[in-house]
Each structure stands twice: as structure tokens, then as C-alpha cells.
Design a protein around this ligand. Structure first.
Ligand code: FMN
Length: 387
């Protein structure tokens, strides 16, 4: 590794202070559902799994999606017995406290990703199979699109339920707020919200699933009101010291080619209300970080999120791995050419990088990246255990 490349890498190991929390460096473990928490309670094995990543040099861990305290938050996620963690009830909060302590002992920071599956929850499954799935307009999304959803789970009719009532919306928001408070009790360093991929928060953001004409729907700004109200209340509940991360995506599992915004002005309409409400970092979920987001400029979605909100942003998607999530064209392999990433980072396009599969493949990914050593490559089988 040349000295120039080495020093470009070092820039990713500078700390970043967001509100009252200092991240030791810019390398983040991307949120990844694993399903190893029986009864919703993270085990010692889960604590060791995350602590290994912190010991391996990762500055911030965003946990796997954690189901919020709402009966329709969680259904069968296709992981066999599932075992998705919760963040409510003594057992789950105590389990997370152990995870947090172990990560802190290794010098890392950690935030939970709060998750509600919304219209993608499989009816009749999860801890409360009897309750109906909830979404803003009771609409699954347009049919016949390019999708990652198992064909057996795609409905025949896009209308799958009733629009949420005011009371339903209030309950869903409060479920997130309760879990945010519990996260503070467990010692977490902030909160991450899953606002992408076709789940509940995204169901409000996307016109394909939000056709309301009240306070919660209409144009882009109004479709952001659910997320903004949630962020406002979480900010009030957790105080001013802890950062709030907000993940969003153009693509939905129901429609890979969907967009929330087709130009920077539209993106500002979506994100500004959420930024103004108190979100600090926009986590722009794309499958290839190195792709231009809008015509006429090379910047990626994280770059534009930062520009239009003035907040921090995080890039993700294909960092250290040769193909995007969901692509099955070839064997995955580690990528060691970081020049495009380092150039974008040096240009100030984004402030943090999130690493997904590569970080499952090698807990020491961050340390090896810094040293210019080749990490252990990820393979699909790695998903089957917590190594
Ligand atoms: C096994 C697995 C589980 C995932 N679970 C989640 C999740 O719970 N929440 C989320 O926002 N993204 C989830 N993702 C997406 C990742 O956070 C990340 O955005 C994606 O893998 C792209 O990054 P990569 O190319 O570095 O893997 C998951 C990805 C994988 C591979």
C-alpha cells in the first residue's frame, strides 16, 4: 500500500462527534437481521458477536432490526424460527444492556435499529399472529414490479387491509418512542430508525403505499410527517445528547425501481422535515455506493442527503464486496480497490461508511482495512451462524 493510499485510509479513522457522542472512527457495521435472539432476548452469543466487531476496529455498530413494541411490528422474516430481538420487557432490555456493555468495553459505540415491518409483515405470523398488519393506506404497493419478495407472499390484490386510523398511527409512533426510551435505559449511544426497504416508515414516505389526503399523506412533505413526528417525539424522549440515525431508500422490496425523489429538490422535500425534527445522520441505503443518484452529477444518494439537509450522511452498499445485495449473478468476493470510496470520502461526500456483508464475513474488517490486509471473504453460509 502506498503512503498516499495509507493516509487516505487514515481519514476514515478520525473520530466524529455527533451531539454528545464521539464515534472513534467512521466505520459503521450496517444493520443486519440475523435471528439469534430466542423469545426476542439477545443472548451472550449475540453480545460476543457484536463485541468482536468492536474489538476488530468498528467505530459504530448499528444492530440488526429490533422489532418495536407493537403487536403488528413483526412477522415471519423468513429465517426459520426467526428469533428477531425486541427492546421491551425486562429480559430484552437486560439482554441488550449486556450487549452494550461488551461493545463499550471494546471501545465501540452501538445504537439499535428500531423496526416495524408495516405492510410487508406476513399476515398470521409473528408473536401476535391474530392481529392485522398495518400500513397508511392498506395498500401493499403496485404489483408486477421487480421485487425481492417471495412470489408466495405477493398478494393478488394490492389492497390488503384498512388504512391506519389516527389511533393506529398514534400507537405505532408511541411504540417507537417507548423503545427509544428503553434503548437509553439499556445504555445505547443513540437510536437508528429503519425508514427504508418497504417497511412501515417507508410505507408513509412512498406514494405507492401512501395515498392518504390527511395530515399524514399528500405531497412529499406531508408523506414525511409520520417520520418527522416520530423523530420529534423520540428527540423529546431521549434528550439532546444522543444522535438519531435515519435509514431511507429509494428502492422498496415491493419495487426495486421505485424512487422517493427524482432530483435534489424532491429529495429535500422528503428529508428536510425529518432533519428539522431532530435527525442527525441520514443513512442512504443503496446497493452500490459508487453509483450516481441523479442525472448530471456523480454524487451518490448519501452525498445528496448531506447536501440537501446539511446533516451528516452515511454511505453503504457494496463496500469491500463485488456485488450488491440481492444480486446472485456470481460468487461474492472481497474487493480490495478502495480508491473510489476514498476519493468520495476525501471530497466530503459523506461522513461515515457502513459495511454490511463484509463485516459478517470478517469481524476484523475495519482493522484489516486500515492495515491494507485482505479480509476473510463473506459467503452466504456465514448467515447461518454468529461467528
Ligand atoms: C443478512 C442481512 C440482513 C440484513 N438485515 C437488515 C436489517 O435488519 N435492517 C436494514 O436496514 N438492512 C438490513 N440489511 C441490509 C444491510 O444493512 C446493507 O444495507 C446491505 O447488506 C448492503 O450493504 P453490503 O453491500 O455492505 O452488504 C441486511 C443485509 C443482510 C446481508
Amino acid at each position: 500500500m502506498s503512503i498516499a493510499v495509507q493516509s487516505e485510509r487514515e481519514r476514515l479513522f478520525e473520530p466524529l462527534t455527533i451531539r454528545g457522542v464521539t464515534l472513534p472512527n467512521r466505520i459503521v457495521m450496517s444493520p443486519m437481521t440475523r435471528g439469534f435472539s430466542p423469545g426476542g432476548i439477545p443472548t451472550d452469543e449475540v453480545a460476543e458477536y457484536y463485541a468482536r466487531r468492536a474489538a476488530g476496529g468498528t467505530g459504530l455498530i448499528i444492530t440488526e432490526g429490533v422489532a418495536v413494541d407493537h403487536p403488528a411490528a413483526l412477522g415471519d422474516a423468513g429465517l426459520g424460527e426467526d428469533n428477531i430481538p425486541l427492546l421491551a420487557g425486562e429480559g430484552a432490555v437486560a439482554g441488550w444492556r449486556k450487549v452494550v456493555d461488551k461493545v463499550h468495553a471494546q471501545g465501540g459505540k452501538i445504537v439499535p435499529q428500531l423496526w416495524h415491518q408495516g405492510v410487508l409483515r406476513k399476515p398470521g405470523t409473528g408473536p401476535y399472529p391474530e392481529v392485522a398488519s398495518v400500513s397508511p393506506s392498506g395498500i401493499w404497493g403496485p404489483l408486477g414490479r421487480v421485487t425481492s419478495v417471495d412470489p408466495k407472499s405477493i398478494p393478488q390484490d394490492p389492497r390488503v387491509g384498512e388504512p391506519m386510523s389516527e389511533e393506529d398511527i398514534e400507537e405505532a409512533i408511541e411504540a417507537f418512542v417507548r423503545c427509544a426510551r428503553n434503548a437509553v435505559d439499556a445504555g445505547f449511544d443513540g437510536i437508528a430508525l429503519h425508514g427504508g426497504h418497504g417497511y412501515l416508515i417507508d410505507n408513509f414516505l412512498w406514494e405507492g403505499t401512501n395515498q392518504r389526503d390527511d395530515r399524514w399523506g399528500g405531497d412529499r412533505r406531508r408523506r414525511s410527517e409520520f417520520a418527522a413526528e416520530m423523530v420529534r417525539r423520540i428527540r423529546k424522549a431521549i434528550g439532546d445528547d444522543l444522535p438519531i440515525f435515519f435509514r431511507f431508500s429509494q428502492w422498496k422490496q415491493q419495487d426495486f425501481r421505485a424512487t422517493l425523489a427524482d432530483n435534489p429538490e424532491e429529495l429535500a422535500e422528503v428529508l428536510k422535515p425529518i432533519a428539522d425534527a431532530g435527525a442527525d445522520v441520514f443513512d442512504a441505503s443503496v446497493r452500490y455506493y459508487n453509483k450516481a443518484c441523479f442525472d448530471g452529477s456523480p454524487e451518490n444518494l448519501a452525498g445528496w442527503a448531506k447536501k440537501v439537509t446539511g446533516k451528516y450522511s452515511m454511505a453503504v452498499g457494496g463496500i469491500g464486496i463485488n456485488q450488491g445485495m440481492y444480486d446472485r449473478g456470481k460468487e461474492t468476493a472481497a474487493v480490495t480497490d478502495f480508491e473510489p470510496l476514498l476519493t468520495r470520502f476525501a471530497n466530503g461526500e459523506f461522513d461515515l461508511i457502513a459495511v454490511g456483508r463484509s463485516m459478517i464475513g470478517d469481524p476484523n474488517w475495519a482493522r484489516k482495512f486500515r492495515a491494507g490486509e485482505e479480509p476473510r471473504a463473506y459467503s452466504l453460509d456465514d448467515n447461518l451462524s454468529l461467528s
